[in-house]
Design a protein around this ligand. Sequence first.
Ligand code: 9MR
Length: 396
Amino acid sequence: MRTAPLHTRPLTRLVLGLTAVPLLVGSAVLPASAAPALKDNRPPGAERIVNTETLRWNAPRDFHIGTAVAGGGHHVDQPYPDPFFNDEEYRYVLAKEFNSLSPENQAKWEFIHPEQDVYNFEAMDAIAKFAKRNRQEVRGHTLFWHSQNPAWLEQGNFSKEELRAILKDHIQTVVGRYKGQVYQWDVANEIFTDGPNPVLRTGPTAQGGNIWLRELGPEIIADAFRWAHEADPEATLMFNDYGVENINPKSTAYYNLIQELLAQGVPVDGFAIQGHLSTRFGFPGGLQENLQRFSDLGLETAITEIDVRMDVPVGQQPTAEQETRQASDYDRALEACLAVEGCNSFTVWGATDKYSWVPVFFSGEGFATVMTDDFDRKPAYFQMRDSLAQAKQDRR
Ligand code: 9MR
């Protein structure tokens, strides 16, 4: 395993506070940050969170219990300001409950690399700084994807050589900037198609094609991992996808691809399962077995984006049965991870329903996270906390 335990990396490798640093790489400079100063104390009106009652306190040593940090993406169209920069109670909950943070959108190409010669590190720097201040680590998401790419890239008229250079520059700039603080990178995200016969996404962008695979061929995957490894040899470099919870054609496509890459000496370190679940479907009961087969290849594994959505009529609340089922799904996923050696990172895709992507993308569905809009803890939260505490005790 290549991940250093939490809080043990040398200070010199951590990203320093960056409030006064201009937002530039290349030829253009973005306007100075208007982000408010960081405050980690309990804001007025928020319920006090007792440290010993949190998820992170109860987690086993070296286990990453994380959340996505809301901002960018669908949030831009919602009737609230950027959550991470503006919601003090949200920030308080993030700091208190979790020891790992994933940028929900803030490190994706369209956000962090909006023009060819412009990088916008403002939000990702702020997340890194917040994490350092709160003794948290950061998961990086993502470097190589078919979605949320900027127009300059997708609609540019680049030669193959230029595209290679663009990808290399991006990976090395972004991974290099957060070297030592991002402990895991989702290097390649969602690279296989869905359905019974998954293939690499080499089709047109409009049909979910991945620009890198289409233009540069499958060999570019190995280069992406090599470039990321050069930029931060300590970071765990992973594939990440949805619909791969069970042993199924898609997860097996990864299983085969990863073995080929390992045989070629490509620095692939892990396989990450997103875990976007729904109470409409049964729990993916083969999850532990699936994690285990990747672990048996010597890889790290992770659950990176779990949420459990449900159907609730407009204006109503979930039933007790729905909450019980949701709690069971979250907890079964957590227990599967805790049971597999090398599965040391478990991230919920949103800490609170207040900012969840689910109702925006799935009409009539929602309530998918472990806390309500008001940050009240749901049964899923308590069941997960109990399992973390049990694992902590068992590992003593
Ligand atoms: O939660 C993200 C949301 O804010 C964005 O609008 C959306 C755009 O595709 O992406 C969401 O996050 C996705 C993640 O990056 C990759 N796996 C699926 C997640 C949910 O769509």
